[in-house]
Ligand binder design. Structure first.
Ligand SMILES: [Mn+2]
Length: 443
């Protein structure tokens, strides 16, 4: 297969990327480049960068992975790049000899500024000679005169013009329907980047993708069915990705995809350069909520220690910085704390609200408790809720401060706590509204 124009393999995480999807893609693309320098590997992403990823990459001076919008085949995946080009002043004789010597069919002709002007191809010469025969002028002198003229006078200009990022399926129809059945690919400045011939179209190139941190079509880049998934590295349940050939498919029940990527570095005996260790550790710590989430394994703990060592970082401090970077973007006003992530639930005839605010230090919030309760009380009155509850979740201390207004009985019963006059109580171990709070209040 023609390898001249193989675009790099895309390494990409899921849609609405989290830090693990970003960092695992960056570190795995890096490992693949080291293991296989012949093939290009490029980390990309499917959406906005999470704040903590921005923090990690900025701190290490690593460029943000670019966004990939789709992996449908494009004109650039099929075209023959860097076509042979000659200026308009070239003589027909020179052009003809070049075609013959290089055994090609088409020459791109450009003007004095290097902009595409038209093409000369083997059919141009065929038509010329046939015309001479028709006119009974096929003598050596006429032929020599014709060949001494510049190509500018004989250009074919009714050639399909494409852009490199055009979808190949759409371009294919246009090219096959055209007279010359080939196309030139121009850049923004009208310079020729490549040509697309019928042979190029017959090759049907597919883009190559490595999926990290997901293996389901619904979470993958658009056009994935039209691309070749060449590898999967993931720690989620097995989904529906299908391939035509066997591929390396690494799926392990670890706390993060970064843990698997780190394991791959070790398996291949590739030393952790400090920036890659820092990137992998960042993903491991955010995905496992500082090694505290129930998905965390013994192996994650071991890898975190190893990566921290290689990166010269302290696990707890670094993890705290990552979450501070994530939470720094939250609205810290009383309105923001109470309303930014509020959910209303109904049970029978009554309704209640549960808000959550995550932090690495609940101290600041506790100082605003009076104001927070006033707002919660107003919400209860205005909305007619049974109660309004705010969870100030402190991920470092692994628990939530419950602040309530309205009738606290349901909450007190469900969690076996007593709010007291302040309407506020610390509940250790409660981190998830969805998994630990809502089900108990609705029960
Ligand atoms: Mn993950």
């Amino acid at each position: 297969m023609d390898k001249r124009n193989r675009e790099p393999v895309i390494v990409v995480g899921h849609r609405n990327p989290d830090n693990d999807s970003i960092c695992s893609a960056v570190a795995y693309a890096h490992l693949k480049r080291l293991l296989d320098p012949e093939t290009g590997y490029v980390a990309m992403r499917l959406g906005p960068l999470p704040h903590e990823s921005r923090y990690v990459l900025d701190r290490l001076g690593i460029p943000y992975p670019p966004v990939v919008t789709h992996v449908h085949s494009r004109v650039r995946d099929a075209m023959t790049p860097r076509p042979l080009q000659v200026p308009t002043g070239t003589t027909m004789r020179e052009a003809g000899e070049t075609l013959k010597r290089r055994q090609i069919r088409t020459l791109i002709v450009h003007d004095d500024e290097g902009r595409y002007a038209g093409i000369i191809d083997t059919t141009t010469f065929a038509h010329l000679y046939l015309a001479e025969l028709d006119n009974g002028e096929a003598d050596a002198q006429t032929r020599r005169a014709t060949l001494a003229q510049p190509v500018g006078a004989f250009l074919s200009t009714d050639v399909v013009v494409l852009e490199a990022d055009d979808l190949l399926n759409e371009a294919r129809e246009a090219v096959l329907a055209s007279t010359l059945r080939q196309a030139v690919v121009l850049d923004d400045e009208q310079r020729a980047l490549g040509i697309v011939t019928r042979t190029d179209l017959a090759r049907s190139p597919r883009r190559r993708v490595i999926l990290v941190d997901h293996n389901e079509t619904s979470q993958a880049v658009s056009g994935i069915q039209e691309a070749d998934v060449v590898e999967v590295v993931d720690h989620h349940r097995i989904g529906d990705i299908q391939t035509a050939a066997p591929i390396p498919f690494i799926n392990l029940p670890l706390g993060s995809t970064a843990s698997i990527v780190a394991t791959e570095y070790l398996r291949h005996g590739v030393a952790f350069e400090p920036p890659m260790a820092a990137i992998l550790l960042a993903a491991l710590l955010t995905d496992t909520v500082l090694l505290r989430s129930p998905t965390t394994t013994k192996r994650d703990h071991e890898l975190a220690a190893l990566l921290a060592d290689a990166a010269g970082l302290a696990v707890e401090t670094y993890g705290r910085e990552l979450f501070e970077a994530r939470f720094a973007q939250q609205d810290g006003s009383v309105e923001g704390i109470v309303r930014a992530d509020a959910k209303v639930f109904t049970r029978g005839d009554s309704s209640f609200m549960v808000s959550q605010y995550e932090t690495v230090d609940r101290g600041d919030i506790l100082e605003k408790q009076g104001e927070i309760r006033q707002l919660l009380r107003r919400i209860v009155e205005e909305q007619g809720h049974e109660f309004a509850l705010l969870l100030v979740t402190d991920i470092m201390r692994e628990g939530s401060q419950f602040i309530v207004a309205g009738n606290p009985r349901t909450v007190e019963h469900s969690f076996n706590v007593s709010f007291g006059a302040q309407g506020s109580v610390w509940v250790p171990g409660i981190l998830s509204r969805k998994k630990q709070v809502a089900p108990r209040l609705l029960d």
